[in-house]
Design a protein around this ligand. Structure first.
Ligand code: NAD
Length: 334
């Protein structure tokens, strides 16, 4: 197949990144869109020049759709992704992979049973600095990863939550700072560290306690299989959207990522590599990786290969997230 025929379900804020990326991808072509909000649906249909549906089942019933992008609120990721896989479509689902580990496992089962590919939109893995860190770690030049930390200090105010009712509730967003804003960085830390397990976590609402029922701040202690410690901190209480900071300690050096800048500390000294990009659509701090991720997903599908981000791997990020929310970290904000 030259081009996979794609449907996008959910035509809200992030859909623009998907439309742009599908438009550029060599092996994908947009064929249909879906949204329950008729105004947003018509806007997308007109802008993209494709047919549209208010019921995703009608889109899934089309035999000339090969793949769907799930771009809806968190509580709908699992049901819509599972329905799409059962309907024989490949699925590219926005993060997170379900709101709980049970949902993520059900998504994985649906992919296994249908034989269709599921990937999760952790596009920040495609950022230059992320790929370079992975290359250095896998190449072994600095030895094993033996510790690390990651910080996501962003700014989300009352108006952000007021503008969108599915955010800020346990039922529909499933959390806030961790599941929504910083899940990318948790995924990066886990992926680069080669697997992590949650020891314990704390959830609080410091700034937005009167606005949302979920957390605006979370911290975690994690361990790798050798018992090395990693720490993680995320908050929506910062005065601005700061650069994401990620630090990895290796046996023979260190990697410091500050936004798009990577400092590599080797036994011989330090060197800076700058991967700053100005191109791309959407907010800079979302990363400009949707274009790369989506093109690469269809390239792998065309070759009959597993995607760069397998759902089985993404599921492990949900496992940590789920343990933080539902394990030992009761929200302590009231
Ligand atoms: N990868 C990233 O960096 C990134 C950035 C922003 C958002 N996201 C994710 O994208 C998803 C959507 O976020 P958003 O900011 O675009 O939200 P949004 O509220 O702007 O858009 C969601 C859209 O889904 C539609 N919708 C709701 N129920 C539906 C249904 N049953 N069928 C079809 N459409 C339905 C809504 O009407 C809305 O237009 C979330 O999972 C979010 O976490 C990812």
């Amino acid at each position: 197949m030259e081009q996979f025929r794609v449907g996008v379900i959910g035509c809200g804020a992030i859909s623009g990144n998907h439309f742009h990326a599908i438009g550029k991808a060599e092996h994908a072509v947009l064929r249909a869109v879906c949204d329950v909000d008729v105004e947003k649906l018509h806007r997308a249909m007109e802008a993209q020049g494709v047919e549209g549906y208010t019921d995703y089942n009608d889109l899934l019933a089309r035999s000339d759709i090969d793949a769907v992008h799930v771009c809806v609120p968190h509580y709908l990721h699992a049901p819509i992704a599972i329905a799409a896989l059962k309907a024989g479509k490949h699925v590219l689902c926005e993060k997170p992979m379900g709101m709980t580990i049970e949902e993520a496992e059900a998504m994985q089962r649906a992919s296994d049973e249908s034989g269709k590919t599921l990937t999760i939109c952790f596009q920040n893995r495609y950022n230059g600095a992320s790929l370079r860190m992975k290359e250095i770690i896998d190449g072994g030049e600095l030895g094993r990863v033996i510790g690390g930390s990651a910080f996501v200090c962003w700014d989300r105010d009352e108006a952000y939550y007021a503008s969108c009712p599915w955010r800020g509730t346990w039922k529909t967003e499933g959390g806030s700072s961790l599941i929504n804003q910083s899940i990318h960085t948790l995924d990066l830390l886990r992926w680069l560290a080669g697997g992590l397990k949650l020891k314990n976590a704390t959830m609080t609402a410091k700034r937005l306690a009167d606005t949302i029922e979920t957390e605006d701040t979370c911290d975690m202690l994690l361990e790798n299989k050798d018992g090395n410690r990693f720490v993680f901190y995320c908050t929506n209480c910062a005065s601005t959207n700061e650069n994401i900071y990620l630090h990895l300690i290796l046996e023979k050096g260190e990697l410091h990522m500050d936004g798009a800048r990577l400092t590599i500390i080797t036994p011989d000294g330090a060197r800076l590599e700058d991967f700053s990009v100005t191109a791309g659509v959407g907010k800079n701090y979302w990363g400009a990786g949707h274009d790369q991720m989506i093109a690469d997903f269809y390239r792998h599908l065309r070759l009959g290969q597993a995607p760069f981000i397998t759902s089985r791997d993404a599921l492990e990020t949900t496992r940590i997230m789920d343990a933080a929310y539902h394990g030992n970290a009761p929200l302590r904000h009231r």
